[in-house]
Ligand binder design. Structure first.
Ligand code: PRX
Length: 656
């Protein structure tokens, strides 16, 4: 982000107070109430979380220690016994919520389904029994590779119910990406579907599964459970593949939830880091249940009449925490949508809001910018008056998009919660509480009660107000990742030893740069590591580079992000070719397709730039800073004295 942008952001004068009517009915009603809650939590975090855990969740057995902190490894609610599927389902069945809509599903093309808490419970129990029959036991890993259909949530809850660890792989990932993730987690079972609908077309998922598992490439996967969605013709491998609708027939709907230890693993979710290999982020049961429950309740201010819609995919952490676990634990009505913004249906989101009377709407800046470009007449032609609260997540939101969201979608009377968090944090960390905290367009505002965040310099020391630095979290929190699957050392190194203040304290480094303004508001600027955020999707530059160099024509590749009006960032790949190869448009196309095959469509480079050499330091490090400027069409400024061969830069400029 340029200095100009930072300055203009920090001079943002617009302040939006929560509407009085909203505050009166909100869970947290005023800035004073937030402040008191925040101070209390900061003074005694363990007492704060313990009180909430006791009040808000059902435990089979109480914990004996709230927090066991052996930096950087934390255990929350030690020896407590709990089941998140029980908290999301069973406990609501003894209340009036039994027949309340738990899950509303709006599918494509025009399909829909609503499951009450009783119905969802029934389906989850049946699937849990089926996966038990397929040999899955407590602690086993189960891959879930699904489109956005209710069975995706049912599969997650079924795993949680019997203590199996789910590892959801986004349905847009390729066979290769699926294969790697299943192998890393040594999954025993894979739950998938024949296909799913993506932007008006039925795409195959089972065909990808067949490729991923071909020639026994994932030896641990003994069974594949297939949900019928698109009715495409697919191959069913005898002995391995089973239709869900066949096995569901006649299976018991009685499956008591397994009492899990608070620290038993709930799920693994892979996310990109600054190396080629995605990291398996591990979340456990009790702390995650509490953290997603509380953040959902206070940030989305859930009331019993709400229809809550988060537009994420269950393949990402936002889908885990804020489509499935957080809302259901609160007994809310959560909406799941199979479609996505697209030119062929420019009003699709607004139609869903109108159809179901959505009251709380949570989406990503990239979607907002897409709709902004399509024009305000689409939302204006729908009745969006049911909305009372808006949220955003995934990347910094530019003030212009914020204002459009506020005026056009929120009719200037819905608070906006800009929520900063990550796969690793489990839940939202910095956000407005909508009835309490005044908002500024572009700022995620203040930390959630119980969360201590700061902006520090390279030595881990707090920076003076307003000058930028690294965003860190200073105290463990219940929803935090516990480790990286099979790699505790990488967990320690990447997150907790990157910045070490003089006092020896352990601080969690998020990988983001941020500023804190004079009111203590946080402005998250984006990643400071080699991670790019494309349309709210996190991709490691090394991951894309590895995909490129696995193509026989490529000698070397360097990938950077370039600012993009809609997607936030777009991938630009600088590529040097093997001697025998010549640059051509066809080859550029082929390389883009190769990345799609290796990772998935979300990683398709927007641009491939062929070059004879890459700018490197004398020690051989690629100077990405220079490439970023070149990709953005900016003048290369700053120090270039460490560049090994200045002619490379001149050539790249010439070719740019
Ligand atoms: O750079 C930050 C950005 O998304 C990253 C986390 O990506 P992921 O683990 O995929 O989770 C995305 C959904 C939680 C962060 O390191 N990010 C997320 N939300 C915001 C954000 N950047 C600025 N403002 C946000 N509200």
């Amino acid at each position: 982000m340029s200095q100009d942008t930072i300055e203009s952001i920090l001079q943002e004068k617009r302040l939006f107070q929560p509407p009085a009517e909203f505050s009166q009915k909100a869970h947290i009603k005023s800035l004073e109430e937030y402040q008191a809650l925040y101070d209390k939590a900061k003074a005694d975090p363990e007492a704060f979380w313990a009180k909430l855990a006791d009040r808000e969740l059902d435990w089979f057995q109480k914990w004996d220690t709230v927090l066991d902190w052996q930096p950087p490894f934390a255990k929350w609610f030690v020896n407590g016994k709990i089941n998140i599927s029980y908290n999301c389902l069973d406990r609501h069945l003894t209340t009036w919520r039994k027949n309340k809509a738990a899950l509303i599903w709006e599918g494509e093309p025009g399909d829909s389904r609503t499951l009450t808490y009783a119905q969802l419970h029934r389906e989850v129990c049946q699937m849990a029994n089926v996966i038990k029959q397929l040999g899955v036991q407590k602690g086993d890993r189960v891959g879930i590779y699904m489109p956005m259909i209710p069975e995706a949530a049912i599969a997650m809850l079924a795993c949680a119910r019997i203590g199996a660890v789910h590892s959801v792989v986004f349905g847009g990932f390729s066979a290769e990406a699926l294969h790697d993730r299943l192998n890393d987690g040594k999954a025993k079972l894979l739950i998938t579907a024949d296909g799913g609908f993506r932007k008006d077309t039925a795409v195959g998922l089972k065909t990808q599964v067949d490729k991923a598992l071909a020639n026994n490439a994932v030896p641990t996967v003994a069974n594949v459970l297939v949900v019928e969605r698109t009715k495409q013709k697919i191959h069913m491998e005898p002995g391995r593949d089973h239709w869900w609708h066949d096995l569901q027939k006649g299976v018991s709907a009685n499956c008591p939830a397994e009492p899990m230890d608070s620290e038993d693993m709930l799920f693994i979710l892979y996310t990109s880091g600054s190396t080629g290999k995605p990291k398996g982020v591990v979340h456990t049961t009790g702390g995650y249940n509490l953290y997603t429950h509380m953040t959902t309740k206070w940030i989305f201010d859930l009331q019993d009449t709400d229809v809550y819609w988060c537009t994420a995919d269950v393949g990402w952490i936002t889908g885990h925490s804020y489509i499935v676990y957080g809302p259901l634990s609160n007994g809310a009505t959560t909406l799941m949508y199979e479609g996505a913004p697209r030119n062929s249906n420019p009003g699709c989101f607004w139609d869903v809001i109108e159809k179901y009377g959505v009251t709380v709407f949570y989406t990503a800046p990239t979607a907002i910018r897409t709709f902004m470009k399509m024009g305000e007449h689409f939302p204006k032609a729908r009745d969006l008056s049911s909305l009372r609260l808006l949220g955003t997540v995934g990347e910094p939101i530019n003030p212009e998009a914020w204002m459009w969201y506020y005026r056009i979608i929120g009719n200037s009377n819905c608070p906006i919660v800009d929520t900063w968090w990550q796969t690793e944090t489990g839940g939202i960390m910095i956000t407005a509480l909508p009835g309490a905290i005044p908002t500024k367009p572009g700022s995620a505002t203040l930390p959630f009660p119980g969360i201590v965040v700061d902006v520090v310099d390279q030595d881990g020391e707090p920076v003076t107000n307003e000058s930028g630095g690294y965003l860190v979290v200073k105290h463990p929190w219940p929803g935090m990742m516990r480790t990286l699957y099979n790699d505790p050392e990488r967990f320690r190194r990447t997150y907790w030893e990157y910045l070490r203040p003089k006092n020896g304290e352990f601080v969690y480094f998020a990988g983001d740069g941020a500023h804190k303004d004079k009111d203590g508001y946080f402005w998250v600027m984006g990643r400071v590591d080699d991670v790019i955020n494309v349309a709210g999707h996190r991709l490691g530059t090394m991951e894309v580079e590895s995909a490129l160099v696995s193509h026989p024509a490529v000698a070397e590749a360097a990938v950077v992000g370039k600012p993009d009006e809609i997607k936030g960032e777009e991938i630009v790949a600088f590529v040097t070719l093997e001697n025998t190869q010549q640059p051509s448009d066809e080859l550029a196309k082929e390389l883009k397709q190769h990345v799609v095959k290796e990772i998935g469509a979300i990683a398709r480079p927007g641009e491939i730039r062929f070059t004879e050499a890459l700018p490197k330091t004398r020690s051989g490090k690629i100077m990405r800073r220079l490439l970023r400027s070149l990709a953005a069409g900016q003048e290369v400024t700053g120090d270039t004295s460490t560049l090994e061969d200045r002619a490379v830069l001149d050539k790249l400029r010439g070719g740019a």
